[in-house]
Design a protein around this ligand. Structure first.
Ligand code: C5P
Length: 292
């Protein structure tokens, strides 16, 4: 089964990682939320959520990062299902099973992607559209994770515009096993706000893309390193890998990414980056386009 996202073929329950190739904090709203400008991509690695009919609402979690996650009511999957059911005027009768492959609280959207997958699965089952406000109320990254395609994200995360046309590229993701708190990182951010980035409409090569992105940054990277210094070690290790074009942190961390010319180079680099306690993945920079 595939969803209706134009251009990409993947199951509605596939909760893929989101990677912020740059992230500028451009302002702050009166309610404390920050205004962002970010180019977001979705590599083909993620959690898998499935749904079976049941008398009540439940969530079973397994996979490598299951122990880090609570299956209780505060899980975003359950919150998403309960809110969507309330909105739809239906009983939330669903037994979810989540295979947790992505590290938890790690800047690549795991929880938001899981919530988005829950909404997609229920929308398909109930044949209902997903209200955009409901997605945003679950988390600032949920709208972009719902779309699951490269996007230029602004507002607090709810404004999505097309990304520049992207070349082939590879990505490495490395998480050093420290969970960082997103609110704490935003609170620790200091200094001026950044401008919106000036991006071209297309990048012909991964090299040109990396050169343009190198002039931008992730405004949350310095505060994250101050709170979790191991992030600097991760960035140095990625940057030292053969043919790495750019190393940067994603989101509020601690996961960092490396940009590579292609998926094969990224896979080779990921194999060389494995350390005790570090989660590493390498592959294509974005999901394969749908066939036909
Ligand atoms: O929306 P989400 O629950 O993912 O955000 C977690 C926290 O991160 C917020 O409570 C807020 O402190 C911070 N945040 C922010 N600006 C954003 C996104 C998140 O200040 N655009």
């Amino acid at each position: 089964m595939t969803d209706a996202s134009p251009g990409f073929a993947c199951a509605p329950g596939f909760a893929c990682a989101k990677v912020n190739l740059h992230l500028h904090v451009t302002g702050r709203r009166a309610d404390g939320y920050h205004l962002l400008d970010s180019l977001v991509v979705f590599p083909p690695v993620g959690d898998t959520l499935s749904l079976a009919p049941a008398a009540g609402l439940s969530l079973a979690v397994d996979g490598p990062f299951a122990p880090a996650l609570s299956g209780e009511g505060d899980n975003l999957v359950l919150r998403a299902a309960a809110r969507f059911a309330a909105h739809a005027g239906r009983a939330p009768e669903a037994a979810f099973r989540l295979v947790k492959t992505l590290p938890v609280a790690s800047g690549i959207g795991g929880g938001s992607a899981d919530a988005a997958a829950a909404l997609r699965l229920l929308a398909a089952r109930w044949n209902l559209p997903i209200p955009p406000d409901l997605a945003l109320a679950l988390g600032a990254d949920v709208p972009v994770c719902l779309a699951r395609r490269p996007a230029r994200m602004s507002g607090i995360g709810e404004i999505l515009a097309p990304a520049p046309a992207l070349p082939q590229f590879g990505l490495v993701l490395v998480n050093p096993g420290v969970a960082v708190s997103t609110p704490a990182i935003f609170r620790a951010r200091a200094g001026e706000f950044s401008p919106q980035a000036d991006l071209p409409s297309a990048w012909p090569t991964a090299g040109r893309m990396a050169a343009d992105l190198a002039r931008l940054g992730n405004d949350l990277q310095a505060p994250a390193i101050a709170l979790a210094p191991v992030i600097a070690d991760v960035l140095a290790a990625i940057a030292a890998a053969e043919s790495c074009l750019l190393a940067r942190m994603s989101g509020s961390g601690a996961t960092c990414f490396g940009l590579f010319p292609d998926a094969a180079a990224a896979r080779r680099a990921a194999a060389g980056l494995a350390r005790d306690g570090w989660w590493c993945w390498g592959g294509a920079g974005q999901m394969a386009p749908a066939q036909g």
